[in-house]
Structure formats: C-alpha cells, structure tokens
Design a protein around this ligand. Structure first.
Ligand code: CU
Length: 265
C-alpha cells in the first residue's frame, strides 16, 4: 500500500510540477501562457484573465486526473477479484456533476464578461482617433484629427504610427468583405465588418514596432494583409504626420468605394 501511495504521489507531482513552476517564475512567455508581452495599458487585464482561466483549468485537470489515477491504481483488478458492484443512476452523483461544471462555467463567464465590458467600453475620452480601413488586401489609416492618411499594398506594408501613452480610438471600416484588425502585442483583435463602424480604444504604453495583421480569412491574399504599428514619442509622431502632409497625403484614403456603404454595392 505504501508503494502505491508513493507512486500516486509521484504521478501527481509530475502533473502539478509545470503549473507550480510557471506560478513561481517572473513575467515571461511561460507565465503568460504563450501570450506576448502586452504593449498597452489595457493588456494586463487580458493577461490576468488568460492566466486565471489556465490556472482554473489546471486545477480542475489535476483534481480530475488525480482522481482517475487514484481509482486506476488503488482499485485496479487483482487476481481472484470478483466483478465489483456496478453503480448506475446515482442521482446525487448525477446532480453533482451537473452543478459543479455549471458553477465553473458561470465563474469563467462572469470574469470574461466583466473584463470584456471594461475593455470594449468606448469612453470617448481618447486623445486622438484613427479610422482603420481594411480592404482586399491591405490597409489604410486615416488620422482623422490631423486629416492625413497613409495606405499600403500587399507588396508595401503600411505603417500605423501612434504616440505613446495617449489613448487612441480606432474606428474600423471595410469597403468590401469582413477583415479583422489584429495587433498581437495589443492583445486585442476586432472584426471589420462592411457597413459598420466597429470601435475600440487602447493606450499603447511601450515604444517600439509591433506586427499587425488581418485575422479573418478574407480571400486569396489574406496572408499578405500585414502592417506595422510604430509606437513613438509625441514629437516623433508629430514629425511623421508633418511628413505625410508634406507628401500630399491629406484627406482620407480613397478605396474607390465608400467604406460604410460598401456592403450595399
Ligand atoms: Cu483581410
């Protein structure tokens, strides 16, 4: 019996070790469960929700695997054992395994809904607004406050410039099909639906260049719908806007079709 317990303990330790290790080390891709380091003020909320979900799932997994392994090892068949009593229609057990998953799902739902409501709330206290236009197969960025734009092609990846520590409101529009505006380092992704103005706000808080892409399979060159996000100081941002102005990129990017009425065409 002692060796059985020792084996059981070793098995549980093997299952639990990765979870315990990830809980002990500092901020890393491992502790973020594969998520990138957040580059926005809102990012840590998403990281915490993601980590919490994994830890909850891990604990349920350890308990479930532990009980299974325990039952397999302790109640394994031995020579001469008769067929054990078969349990069927045990009402308390059936009620238990209906109610416990329900509680777990409601818990996940509560935390997800709470964070989602906070993250998608548009407070309109943003410093500036960028209208992101996604089309087959590139991107245009209308800096609406400054009345300048920049646009790319599949061969020429466009750049979206943002000043650091300033809240930006993105207004997403498409003149053709559904795309999805995704900057992995922002930990935020939102669909761009023709005929709609989908909107969200973030505050980039890390200077650097971050990759962006379309996350909705939109056609043959979907994989070429790439862009770069450059989070820079306010001075560099102003200089970039002046540069776009000097190049004559004043007004709004012309996609050839109205972004909002696109669905009807
Ligand atoms: Cu797309």
């Amino acid at each position: 019996m002692k060796t059985t317990r020792a084996r059981l303990g070793a098995l549980i330790a093997i299952v639990a070790l990765p979870v315990l290790l990830t809980g002990c080390s500092n901020d890393s891709e491992l502790t973020r469960f594969g998520f990138p380091s957040p580059a926005t003020k809102e990012g840590p909320t998403i990281i915490t929700l993601w980590q919490g979900s994994w830890i909850a799932a891990g604990l349920v997994g350890i308990l479930t695997w532990g009980l299974m392994i325990w039952a397999i090892v302790v109640y394994r068949r031995r020579d001469g054992d008769p067929v054990p009593a078969q349990t069927r229609y045990n009402v308390p057990i059936e009620i238990m395994y209906t109610i416990i998953p329900l509680i777990m799902i409601l818990g996940l739902f509560y935390f997800t809904a709470k964070d989602q409501a906070a993250l998608t709330k548009v407070s309109n206290d943003n410093t500036h607004t960028v209208n992101v236009q996604g089309w087959r197969w590139s991107w245009g960025f209308n800096y609406t406050d400054e009345n300048v734009f920049d646009a790319g092609t599949p061969a020429h990846r466009p750049e979206l410039w943002l000043p650091v520590d300033e809240k930006v409101k993105f207004v997403l529009t498409s003149p053709d099909v559904i795309h999805s505006f995704w900057v992995p380092a922002f930990l935020t992704k939102m669909d761009i639906v023709p005929g709609r103005h989908n909107t969200f706000e973030v505050t980039p808080n890390k200077i650097g260049t971050f990759a962006g892409k379309c996350a909705e399979l939109c056609g043959v060159d979907h994989s070429r719908m790439l862009f770069d996000v450059k989070v820079v100081s306010r001075a560099d941002y102003d200089a970039h806007i002046a540069e776009l102005k000097a190049k004559g990129q004043v007004g709004q990017v012309d996609t050839g079709r109205s972004a909002v009425a696109g669905a009807a065409q």
